[in-house]
Design a protein around this ligand. Structure first.
Ligand code: DAT
Length: 181
């Protein structure tokens, strides 16, 4: 079972960047970590490093995730704050971990091309494009976190990427001002 830990006030915020695979999470997180100095936690990689991946799902061509083990492994670092968490799902995380949630979006055609370029085919490609069409990840975020901390950001072009980084940096500045003692 994941630990239950009381919510401790952080001096630096935790940010969740979520969205359908291919919407541009890693691209944005890498640049955001560089400009802010916050720590980028790429959950897909961390799950591997913490040995949280179990047997392979042949249909979806990806391994099952041991969520409790992953969450336990992340608890300490998340309590300290200053993290940019990058993952395509969001409902598995404790709500108290995050000060803001950004859901990245892309048009279906843009996403289709990006995922095809990544080598996705068949059911995996179709399911991910449908996930974006039905805005599944946005709905999941709105159901899992206070709606006022959930923001939708389109990331279709390099200009939009830059705008999003500027917007998140501004959000961080405001948060730091509001939460300074
Ligand atoms: P994710 O981490 O959500 O799976 P990614 O960051 O790997 O997505 O991006 C998928 C591809 O799209 C990759 O080739 C980089 C490109 N990309 C990401 N954001 C973009 C943007 N705003 N404009 C143009 N291309 C972008």
């Amino acid at each position: 079972m994941a630990q239950t830990v009381p919510n401790v006030k952080r001096s630096v915020p935790n940010i969740l960047i979520t969205g359908t695979p291919g919407v541009g999470k890693s691209t944005l997180c890498a640049q955001l970590a560089e400009v802010t100095g916050l720590q980028w936690l790429e959950i897909s990689k961390i799950a591997k490093d913490y040995n949280c991946l179990e047997e392979f799902d042949e249909v979806y061509q990806c391994p099952y995730l041991d969520e409790d083990k992953l969450l336990d492994g992340l608890e300490e670092v998340m309590c300290k704050g200053g993290n940019i968490v990058d993952y395509h799902c969001n409902e598995l995380f404790p709500e108290r971990w995050f000060d803001v949630v950004f859901v990245l979006r892309a048009d279906n055609t843009v996403l289709y091309d990006r995922l095809t370029a990544r080598g996705y085919t068949g059911k995996k490609l179709e399911d991910n494009v449908q996930c974006e069409i039905f805005q599944t990840i946005l709905e999941e975020a709105r159901a899992s976190y206070k709606p006022e901390i959930v923001h939708e950001l389109y990331s279709r072009t390099p200009n939009e990427l830059q705008d999003n980084i500027n917007r998140i940096c501004l959000w961080i500045q405001n948060w730091l001002q509001d939460n300074s003692t």
